[in-house]
Ligand binder design. Structure first.
Ligand code: HH2
Length: 322
């Protein structure tokens, strides 16, 4: 992977221990209100937007092989739309630990026909989950509005110019290592701070390369080069990242940390996913990437009706006039 440029070394994620006092600040301080996509703008309300996952792969960790056939992938995507997905995320390469990279021709063969058929059929935006510039370019030409790049534009030197030149939105995710190595020995001194600094750095690099800041979403990368304690620290402290000023996108769906917390790696991880999504919604996270759109939408509606989600207004500090 390419080293970050000097421009990007500028770090502006305030140290959570010394930077500012929590007193008088809100979990929602700095929370982004919208995300500008290639042809439309997503406004964030009280409920997070749900990004429905469509894995056109034989080997994804949860649904590998289920939607490998393009027809099955398209049907599944339409089902997610019917269940209330706000964005579809279509991917042709598994990023699970120890996954082998997929050649570009094969990845194109998996995702492009699916995006080409879906784009004119659905009225929600399509995201392509790829780290390859050529796949991103073709996907955008076929109608994708967002590039979800788990390497945060560092995996392919052509990716930054492709995103900047197309006007697509982008999700920049934190990962320590690569999928092939990331779970070997994840190590952090202060995971919240290190991931925050990384996200500030890759955002600066994208902006310096011509991506407008309101097109960038940031993601702490749950499960990407992290042990249980790292995933928990990031989820618990997620609201700290609002001050980076970009929408937050989080992908906890059915991941390993849920099996670890349950003490049973074989158990169904949907209940733990629902609990995590409700927690993230209460912290003002704007976009959540999930496999089970219908079940999660129902849980969110009930949780919000019971008052579990803040209204998005940042309260004034005590004593301030309104
Ligand atoms: N997680 C996965 C894939 N892409 N993208 C973002 N932005 N954030 C995530 O947390 C994230 C992601 C892994 O999940 P899945 O797609 O279900 O599995 P696989 O990579 O095995 O296809």
């Amino acid at each position: 992977m390419e080293a970050p440029s000097r421009e990007s070394e500028k770090q502006d994620f305030p140290n959570s221990h010394g930077g500012r006092s929590a007193v008088g600040s809100s979990v929602l301080e700095g929370r982004a209100r919208h995300w500008q996509l290639r042809t439309r703008r997503l406004e964030f309300g009280r409920l997070p937007l749900l990004m429905g996952i469509v894995n056109v792969t034989p080997d994804s960790f949860y649904d590998g092989g289920k939607y490998y056939d393009p027809k099955a992938a398209i049907e599944h995507a339409l089902q997610l739309v019917a269940e209330g997905a706000d964005i579809l995320d279509i991917g042709g390469e598994s990023t699970r630990p120890y996954a082998t990279p997929v050649p570009v021709g094969e990845e194109l063969r998996r995702v492009i026909p699916v995006i080409t058929e879906l784009a004119p059929k659905v009225n929600i935006p399509i995201s392509v989950d790829t780290s390859k510039a050529e796949v991103a370019r073709e996907a955008i030409a076929a109608g994708a509005e967002v590039v979800n790049d788990v390497t945060a534009l560092r995996g392919d030197p052509e990716m930054l110019p492709v995103v900047a030149g197309s006007g697509a939105a982008v999700c920049l995710m934190h990962m320590q290592g690569t999928p092939k190595t990331m779970q070997d020995a994840p190590f952090y001194k202060d995971v919240l701070n290190e991931v925050g600094n990384f996200l500030a750095e890759v955002r600066s690099r994208a902006v310096a390369g011509g991506v407008s800041p309101d097109r960038i979403a940031l993601d702490p990368g749950i499960g990407f080069g992290k042990r249980l304690e790292h995933n928990l620290a990031l989820l618990r402290g997620i609201a700290e990242f609002h001050r980076l000023g970009c929408p937050l996108l989080v992908g906890p769906s059915r991941k390993r940390f849920i099996g670890e917390l349950a003490g049973n790696m074989e158990a169904d991880r949907l209940p733990g996913t629902v609990a995590t999504v409700l927690f993230l919604a209460a912290k003002g996270v704007q976009i959540i990437r999930v496999h089970d759109v219908g079940a999660i939408r129902q849980a969110l509606e009930v949780f919000a009706s019971l008052g579990g989600i803040p209204d998005g207004k940042v309260p004034s500090p005590p004593g301030a006039s309104t």
